[in-house]
Write a protein that binds this ligand. Structure first.
Ligand code: ZN
Length: 264
């Protein structure tokens, strides 16, 4: 079990394996990539909701007030619409979470997706837009519109307090180490570097994004070489020593495992 911006998410590794036909896979992939590109190419909008009818579809059909991303307020619910190349849809009552902890939520999402038999890789953009993770997708889109980045660029890390230096940085402490450098994983920068380029690639070319089925338990049903989306071999992401993901994450850059997926 883990936490997401929307509350508790049960471990997805226990989810039943989804079975699609080839036609269903093609239709879902086409529908989803059009949705993703609607948001990246400006064929989408965020609308304020009518407070008197928070759950009433009438409020949607009568039209709402279109808002720029910069007008959204954290914690408030909005309606989201998209319409691109024949693919239109809406999500009602999406709660904008602002930038609070978004980078670490994306790390949690990647972890959850890696363990999900119906996704099978840490962070698949098409799966993100097609699943419950679409809520996080809209957050990244709002940031992308405001800052040109899926997460707000991070503030510089504060210098250690000179009056209370860590023991390793304190010449008067027995653990003092003159070569010691404090390192903080800079998740916003790491997440932005990975996901901004994923966004840029699919914005330019709708097929320059990892297939949403390749790494699932069922797999992509297209005949070999026929899938228009990227099929990165899983072996490209294995550690040379065959080590498992979690021990490797403990000793290495904790984001190392994630950042090479869908990276070119
Ligand atoms: Zn495929």
């Amino acid at each position: 079990m883990m936490f997401s911006p929307f509350g508790m998410v049960t471990a997805r590794s226990t989810e039943p394996v989804k079975k699609y036909t080839l036609d269903e896979q093609r239709a879902l992939a086409a529908k989803t990539v059009h949705k993703v590109r609607a948001f990246l190419l400006g064929a989408s909008r965020f609308e304020a909701r009518y407070a008197d009818y928070p759950n009433d579809r009438i409020s949607i059909e009568s039209g709402g007030v279109v808002l720029a991303a910069a007008q959204l307020e954290a914690g408030v619910r909005y309606n989201v619409f998209w319409d691109y190349q024949g693919e239109s849809g809406s999500d009602i009552a999406w709660k904008f979470r602002g930038d609070d902890g978004l980078a670490s939520s994306i790390c949690d999402m990647e972890d959850s997706m890696a363990d999900d038999p119906n996704i099978g890789m840490p962070g698949n953009l098409l799966q993100m837009a097609a699943s419950d993770w679409a809520q996080t997708f809209y957050d990244t889109i709002a940031n992308y519109e405001m800052y040109g980045s899926v997460v707000k660029p991070s503030e510089p890390h504060p210098e250690p307090d000179p009056d209370h230096p860590p023991n390793h940085a304190n010449p008067e402490h027995e653990d003092y180490d003159p070569d010691y450098e404090i390192e903080y994983p800079d998740y916003p920068t790491l997440v932005a570097a990975k996901w901004n380029s994923i966004f840029e690639r699919v914005k330019t070319d709708e097929h320059d994004v990892e297939c949403m089925f390749k790494h699932t338990r069922q797999g992509c049903l297209e005949p070999a070489g026929a899938c228009p989306f990227k099929h990165t071999p899983s072996s490209s992401h294995s550690f040379a020593d065959g080590g498992r993901r979690m021990p490797a994450m403990d000793v290495m850059d904790p984001y190392m495992y994630y950042k090479f997926w869908d990276s070119d």
